[in-house]
Design a binder for this molecule. Structure first.
Ligand code: ZN
Length: 133
């Protein structure tokens, strides 16, 4: 749907049924920010742009990264929740903070720590995960 915002390259959809899932690129969305004179939406409308991987690589010295949560996983299901963390935004290093928490199926939906967020269907996932054991 959208070309690369920076170089204009055509980006194919990674999944044809998705509206905007760029192959070899990343989609960015924002409601805007106070301070922008271009886009600061208060009506729920997002600004959307794609940037191809080559342009991100070329401009990585102007990027930052910000770890927002640690994934909570089970051995057989993968990510099933989040633990929100307070980390500073840092200049892009390319080093991923892969810190995660692995729990047993019977711990899904339980109070296992502070700032833990489970999806609405966590009891359904718990039952499914327990059945996989
Ligand atoms: Zn590009």
């Amino acid at each position: 749907m959208l070309p690369c915002f920076t170089c204009g390259a055509t980006l194919l959809n990674a999944f044809p049924d998705n509206e905007n899932q760029p192959q070899d690129g990343t989609e960015f969305r924002t409601y805007g920010h106070y301070g922008s004179t271009f886009w600061d939406s208060f009506d729920g409308e997002e600004l959307v742009l794609n940037i191809c991987d080559a342009c991100l690589e070329r401009g990585k010295q102007r990027l930052a990264q910000h770890k927002r949560f640690r994934p909570i996983k089970t051995y057989k299901l993968g990510m099933v929740g989040k633990q929100w963390v307070d980390r500073p935004m840092v200049h892009y290093t390319g080093n991923r903070d892969d810190g995660s928490i692995t729990v047993e199926p019977e711990e899904l939906g339980e109070a296992i720590g502070s700032r833990v967020e489970w999806p609405d269907n966590i009891q359904e996932l718990r039952t499914y995960a327990e059945g996989l054991e």
